[in-house]
Design a protein around this ligand. Structure first.
Ligand code: FDA
Ligand code: PYR
Ligand code: MN
Length: 491
């Protein structure tokens, strides 16, 4: 079993916990960040960039998920890689937890300061450092968001297609290995990051593929870039990312169609992929999420299991793709396509899709999203979705299903009343069963939202005790004092 010397703040924490055994005392025993450390932080980033105000701490102690807010003791705003490096050295020497904060749109409690400490907000680092249109790449600082980058690129004919619905920071997206509706065509962050500048726990700055390297492929040693993609702030702070860009397609058309049941919609998706059609987007919504979407985004879709589709390419290719997919939809007794061809209609449709999380919460005002995020091999998807829906119905809870089904990935956004522990228990049990089902069907408990706080138990089930031990050893190599986002990914 993995074992190492515990950092000071954890020793205090563990002692207090073992003395009284209660969660309350565990929280109460979180070490205070000493005043001299707050002063030293201000000495690095400037007075205006350090805050101990409760409103700022609360804003930084939670993301968009249902996890309870856990405010850090201090929030520091970095404006440069030098700031990040100096802050890390300081926290590492003092053995104080440090939690990186991108834009706080995560869905697994990744930024919650569950062991106190310093939150390092990198959203002020917003330089777009370089764009190489001829090489299809760009390099950005960590605070640049995906919409800012795409607005900047508008006149180049290029774009960065990875699109979690939220306008997340690009390095936050690296940290969670984000994807979204375009992954079926362009892959996830993993396939689209070429190099990262990372500040390690002791303040050293590395470039995961070597300084200024920006090649489409490399066989040079271990893949450090992909080690940091999905590391959720537990191995280092990503301060720059070199990303792959793509040409904006010549033509685009979107459509919606509906089906008599969930199985037919998902079967259609599997067949589209098996026919090798290069679909740009294929998103599933069950009847509960269609209803939520109609109400929230003022659409008038038939309340039935549906697919949102997008086709891109030349006019001829669009004709072929839409014909073939239309035939498959008919074969599965689906409806005719309802087209969204002009840009305004298309934008409205995809905005509605991206707002589904909020649409689902609006079904039960005052509730927070308890989200699942399983992913399975595409051929297992129909059975896993149908069985998940049965679990939701058996439990008698509101559980809209939404899926990036082209990747075998889907979510349930349970609107949960946090003040009702019985309800939280029922929902978390359905979510656990869904994850276990996905694992039984060769899948993963998270396709894109990450482990954060919510999936820590499931990680061991997914990769096994030895696999988890290796992950802990990697963590100890990069962060021997355990200061980086402690309590995330592992307990
Ligand atoms: C409405 C809506 C819709 C979606 C989503 C959210 C919301 C609110 N998401 C989830 C979310 O947008 C996604 O996880 C982003 O990658 C989070 O980026 P932030 O910048 O907000 O990171 P945020 O600040 O929330 O941090 C997330 C994690 O990364 C760490 N981190 C942040 N910046 C870092 C840095 N520079 N270096 C190291 N660690 C860092 C944090 O410590 C934390 O552990 C999503 N996701 C998805 O994949 N597909 C989807 O379809 C959607 N859809
Ligand atoms: C929230 C999320 O992951 C989605 O809407 O797909
Ligand atoms: Mn998603």
């Amino acid at each position: 079993m993995f074992c190492r010397k515990l950092p000071k703040y954890l020793v205090t924490l563990a002692r207090s916990y073992h003395r009284t055994g209660s969660k309350q005392s565990l929280q109460a025993s979180i070490a205070k960040v000493p005043d001299n450390l707050v002063k030293a932080l201000a000495g690095i980033v400037g007075d205006k960039n350090v805050s101990t105000a409760m409103a700022v701490r609360e804003q930084h102690g939670r993301d968009e998920s249902y996890h309870d807010c856990a405010p850090p003791e201090v929030v520091a705003f970095a404006e440069s890689v030098e700031h990040v490096s100096e802050v890390l050295k300081l926290c590492n020497d003092a053995e104080v937890p440090l939690i990186p904060f991108g834009s706080g749109t995560g869905l697994e409690g990744g930024v919650n300061a569950i062991r106190g400490g310093v939150c390092l907000d990198v959203s002020k680092m917003t330089n777009i450092i370089s764009v190489h249109p001829e090489d299809f790449d760009c390099t950005v600082e960590c605070g640049v968001t995906r919409n800012t980058l795409n607005n900047y690129l508008r006149d180049t004919g290029l774009w960065f297609p990875i699109d979690p619905g939220a306008d997340a920071s690009l390095c936050g997206m690296c940290a969670t290995s984000a994807s979204g509706t375009n992954a079926v065509r362009y892959g996830t962050m993993r396939e689209n990051v070429m190099n990262l500048e990372v500040v390690l726990a002791d303040g050293r700055v590395i470039n995961t593929a070597g300084k200024d390297r920006r090649t489409k492929k490399t066989s040079a040693g271990y893949n450090l870039t992909n080690l940091f993609v999905g590391s959720e702030g537990t191995l280092g702070i990503i301060t720059k990312a070199t990303l792959r860009l793509h040409g904006i397609p010549e033509d685009t058309i979107s459509a919606v169609c509906n089906f008599q049941d969930v199985q037919s919609a998902v079967d259609t998706t599997v067949q589209v992929l098996q026919c090798g059609i290069q679909i740009a987007r294929i998103e599933f919504l069950d009847e509960v999420s269609v209803d939520a979407c109609n109400k929230y985004s003022k659409l008038d879709m038939k309340v039935a299991p549906s697919l949102f589709l997008e086709f891109t390419g030349s006019p001829n290719s669009l004709k072929d793709q839409t014909q073939l997919v239309g035939d498959l939809v008919k074969m599965n007794n689906g409806s005719d396509f309802r087209w969204a061809s002009d840009i305004e209609e298309r934008n409205h449709l995809w905005k509605a899709r991206h707002d589904i999380l909020y649409a689902c919460m609006a079904l039960r005002p005052g509730c927070k999203p308890y989200s699942t995020d399983v992913c399975v091999p595409i051929s297992n998807l129909p059975e896993v979705i149908v069985r998940s829906k049965e679990e939701i119905q058996k439990a008698g809870v509101v559980g809209p299903i939404v899926g990036h089904v082209g990747d075998g990935n889907f979510h349930v956004f349970f609107p949960v009343d946090q003040s009702n522990p019985e309800e939280v228990k029922v929902v978390s049990e359905v979510a656990r069963k869904m994850a276990v089902l996905a694992l039984e069907f060769n899948g993963t408990c998270t396709g894109e939202h990450g482990i954060g706080m919510g999936k820590r138990k499931l990680l061991e089930q997914e990769i096994g005790e030895d696999g988890l031990d290796v992950m802990r050893q990697i963590k100890a190599t990069f962060d021997p004092k355990g200061i980086l986002n402690p309590g995330k990914v592992f307990f």
